[in-house]
Design a protein around this ligand. Structure first.
Ligand code: SF4
Length: 459
């Protein structure tokens, strides 16, 4: 397998393939009940994060800022941070505030923990939990920010507690539709569980009712506190680094056994989840899931004769990239380029196993940008791509259709409703994938025939 890291001498990122680190933290914190997020940095950072979330989730997404300017960049941002916290508490009355650093405040060397501790002490704040997380974007992506914030939630709330029969479910950054599907599957197995984080309502609220500044929903902090007494943790985080893994923290500090699984996207990945749920619940596959599995197998049989024409580029965050590479492999469309803008010390090893029997080995790009992805895709004669809206130029420049999955989806509506998890979500994705290949085929069929005829005529 050819693995290509973006050369170290490359100083410029041309069209980045990742989102910034605190942005991932924002999404994780939005999955907590009665929560507000404050970004400690310049206004531009929080505006970018607000815009990206609003475009993807199609919801108002409030993110406060300590609004530092040149003066605070020199003399320190403590006063601004404290004032921002005052305002957030006054305007939103949250029970929890997640505070994230930015490139600016990390470069300034702001000691966020101390600043938050001083604030609590000076103001006598006891009714609001304030959790600071360091998210220097020059050393990580939205994936690391998401995991760091989620792990910090566990570290802060989970205290030694009595054992109970509940299961912890820890997710990476997936769509609210996928969260709802995973919850439905756990419900079908009759399991009591705590999902962390759960932004399936807070970032995808149904229309109706009076507007609330903090939308209802999210994981309850008292449920996070009980995660330390759970029977097991299922974490969808094969690529999650150990130092950011909330599931590993629960195992090492509280003795909760960790089942670290791939996202249940794709038949084989879904089978791994089902096996684990059967083991934990003592139940066999519920009838409805049995039927959904059958529909997926039927759909795979229907589409396999078309999928072998696919030469996909799969790009995005490591967990998403692994899941969609799995679907491609089990449906006969071996990826020709697999790429992530995020640094991962796990992804390449996982892909090596997944691709061991592939006839053609793909180019693997890590810490990469879209300039490199475009070039590798062109060289490998890619004809379809799977990933977020950042790759839309592949269509504009190369005519390669992009099947949109992951985050952010800002040039289509409904990013929050894209369902890829479970047997049902896998089948929905597969239909989109196969139909895109068919569309290309039918669009170019006459041109190809003309070319062939021309060659014959000229021969
Ligand atoms: S300056 Fe850093 S933290 Fe702010 S938006 Fe840009 S990458 Fe993110």
């Amino acid at each position: 397998m050819e693995t290509v890291a973006t050369p170290k001498v490359k100083q410029v990122n041309e069209n980045q393939c990742q989102q910034c680190m605190p942005l991932g933290g924002v999404v994780a914190f939005k999955g907590i009940e009665n929560a507000m997020v404050l970004v400690h940095g310049s206004q531009g950072c929080s505006t970018y994060m607000r815009l990206t979330n609003v475009e993807h989730y199609n919801e108002p997404v409030d993110i406060a800022s300590s609004a530092l300017n040149e003066k605070q960049a020199i003399y320190g941002g403590e006063a601004n941070l404290h004032k921002a916290l005052d305002n957030v508490i006054r305007v939103y009355a949250p029970k929890f505030i997640g505070v994230l650093t930015t490139c600016l405040t990390e470069t300034m060397g702001e000691d966020l923990k101390r600043l938050v501790a001083t604030y609590r002490l000076n103001r006598g704040i006891t009714a609001v939990d304030i959790i600071p997380v360091a998210t220097p974007s020059y050393s990580g992506s939205q994936t690391e920010g998401f995991w760091a914030a989620t792990r910090q939630l566990v570290a802060y709330y989970a205290q030694p507690t009595e054992r109970h029969q509940g299961i912890n479910v820890i997710i990476p950054h997936i769509s609210p539709a996928d969260i709802r599907e995973i919850k439905r599957i756990f419900g079908l197995f009759g399991l009591e569980y705590t999902m962390l984080p759960d932004y399936s309502m807070t970032l995808d609220r149904p229309y109706g009712g009076r507007y609330q500044k903090i939308p209802p929903g999210g994981t309850k902090t008292r449920d996070i506190a009980r995660m330390s007494g759970a029977r097991a943790t299922i974490q969808f985080g094969l690529t999650c680094p150990d130092n950011l893994s909330p599931g590993l923290l629960l195992e090492q500090e509280h003795g909760v056994p960790l089942h670290n699984l791939p996202l249940p996207i794709g038949l084989q990945n879904m089978e791994r989840l089902v096996e684990t749920l059967e083991e934990l619940s003592g139940l066999s596959l519920p009838d409805i899931l049995e039927r959904e599995r059958g529909w997926l197998l039927d759909g795979m049989a229907d589409s396999h004769k078309f999928n072998a024409d696919g030469r996909p580029i799969v790009y995005g965050e490591p967990e998403i990239v692994y899941a969609f590479s799995s679907i491609c492999m089990e449906n006969g469309a071996t990826p020709v380029v697999i790429a992530s803008g995020t640094r991962s010390n796990r992804l390449t090893g996982l892909l090596a196993t997944l691709l061991a029997d592939a006839d053609e080995q793909p180019v693997i790009l890590e810490e990469t940008d879209f300039a490199a992805i475009d070039e590798a895709g062109f060289m490998a004669e890619a004809n379809i791509a799977i990933g977020h809206s950042g790759g839309k130029f592949l269509t504009e420049r190369r005519g390669i259709p992009v099947i949109r999955v992951g985050f952010p989806i800002h040039d289509r509506t409904g990013g929050q409703r894209i369902l890829s998890a479970g047997y049902t979500g896998t089948l929905a994705f597969l239909d989109r994938f196969t139909n895109a290949l068919l569309e290309t085929k039918y669009d170019s069929y006459r041109e190809l025939r003309k070319e062939e005829m021309g060659i014959r005529e000229g021969a």
